[in-house]
Design a protein around this ligand. Structure first.
Ligand SMILES: Cc1ncc(COP(=O)(O)O)c(C=O)c1O
Length: 409
């Protein structure tokens, strides 16, 4: 079936949850995605931070091929060879101790909320009140299942499904005084994205994060870092929290972990992890052999000398190029982000930029209406950045000109 046929069929048979761009993706290779007409797109979206090693990485494909011919699924009633080594590696890289594997980001957030409650109940059984509250941050995104959704800020996502989880409260972004005020003895955990992704690549301040960590420590609540988008080398560090020397009790990762197969991990400190015992939490598919073997290969590639440095180097170069664009084009308000999690905020909506970029052969994303977000494969090079920035310049300039004239492009 060609693009028109697939699009027409989807319109009839899919529940309309997605607003798709007009591309029928049929192949990926390195930093490029190809559509059914053979057109190639330089991918600065990376499957929304999933394809960190690019498309069709030969070593990943070899591991996938081999494992798929060996065993596809084993239930969590049995051992298989890959969960333990993967958990060991994630524990070492994060500086935490134990791992629970799930499938998606939102599911790992659910596990983190459950763990926070279970920990509070076990460690503070005699308190005359329930310690069940979760503090999240305004402008955050933690997922779409009911628990994770309760901690997700935009009202448009939450409203249609209320009532949500009771006891989830939001703290104003980077407002330390409000954080202190909001932190009561009923708080079981504080959930943060060190760099908010869907929120438009917004960094939480050092002061805010350190205060959250201190308050958690002082009150024996869990400090939970959602590294689903900003973690696993995206910022040029294994985890974004490492830049500030933070020591979360729980870290959650997903997106790039198994290079596109669903796999998430909740990583916890030893004493926290002990709050879960057999039967308290589980999943059928989480941590399957295929996903875990692939994830081991992903981390092996990322651990090679120079990988993280490359992300920092190209990321720094990319940021500089965006700063230059920002200096030349007043329609760009500011550049944000780190490593290869970058964004420019425009003074006008950027949906049309995404479409124009697509026509020009580039995949970029618009979030929060005015924020152009870039989450490319971590293997991109300076020449790819140059190509993108050269293509964006006239597109953004034309948008600015048309806005001034009041024309829609
Ligand atoms: C920071 C963050 N947390 C949680 C999620 C939810 O992950 P998933 O879509 O895999 O459920 C996302 C997805 O974009 C995310 O960026």
């Amino acid at each position: 079936m060609n693009f028109e046929e697939i699009a027409a069929l989807e319109k009839k048979v899919l529940i309309p949850t997605y607003d798709r761009l007009p591309i029928l993706a049929v192949k990926g290779e390195g930093c490029y995605l190809y559509d059914d007409r053979g057109k190639k797109y330089l991918d600065f979206l990376g499957g929304l931070a999933v394809n960190s090693l690019g498309h069709a990485h030969p070593e990943l494909l070899a591991a996938l091929r081999d494992e798929s011919e060996t065993i596809l699924h084993v239930s969590n009633l049995f051992y298989h060879p890959y969960q333990a080594p993967l958990a060991e590696k994630l524990a070492r890289l994060s500086g935490l101790d134990r791992v629970f594997f799930g499938n998606t980001g939102t599911e790992a957030i659910e596990a983190a909320i459950k763990l926070a409650r279970a920990y509070a109940r076990q460690h503070h059984p005699a308190e005359p009140f329930e310690r069940t509250e979760i503090l999240a941050v305004e402008n955050s995104f933690h997922g779409r299942t009911l628990g994770a959704l309760s901690a997700t800020w935009p009202e448009k996502y939450r409203k249609p499904f209320e009532p949500l989880l009771p006891g989830v409260r939001f703290v104003r972004l980077n407002d330390v005084a409000h954080l202190r005020e909001s932190f009561t003895p009923r708080v079981a955990g504080v959930l943060v994205e060190v760099i908010q992704g869907e929120g438009g690549v917004v960094e939480l301040s050092e002061d805010f994060l350190k205060t959250a960590e201190e308050l958690c420590r002082a009150n024996d609540a869990l400090f939970i870092a959602d590294e689903i988008q900003c973690g696993l080398a995206r910022t040029g560090r294994w985890f974004a929290y490492q830049k500030l020397g933070l020591k979360p009790d729980v870290v959650v990762v997903a997106k790039p972990l198994a290079a596109g197969l669903p796999l998430s991990a909740l990583i916890a400190r030893e004493h926290v992890a002990q709050a879960f015992s057999p039967g308290m939490h589980g999943t059928t598919f989480g941590g399957g052999p295929l996903q875990c073997r692939l994830a081991l290969k992903v981390l092996e590639v990322m651990e090679r000398p120079g990988f993280l440095e490359h992300v920092r180097e190209v990321g720094g170069y990319f940021r500089n190029q965006l700063e230059k664009l920002c200096a030349d084009l007043p329609v760009i308000r500011e550049v944000r982000g780190e490593g290869l999690m970058l964004a420019v905020e425009l003074t006008v909506p950027c949906k049309s930029v995404v479409r124009k970029a697509l026509e020009a052969g580039f995949l970029v994303n618009c979030t929060q209406d005015k924020v152009l977000r870039f989450l490319p494969p971590l293997i991109i090079e300076r020449r790819h950045v140059d190509e993108l920035v050269a293509a964006l310049r006239p597109i953004v300039a034309a948008l600015a000109a048309s806005e001034m004239k009041g024309v829609t492009v």
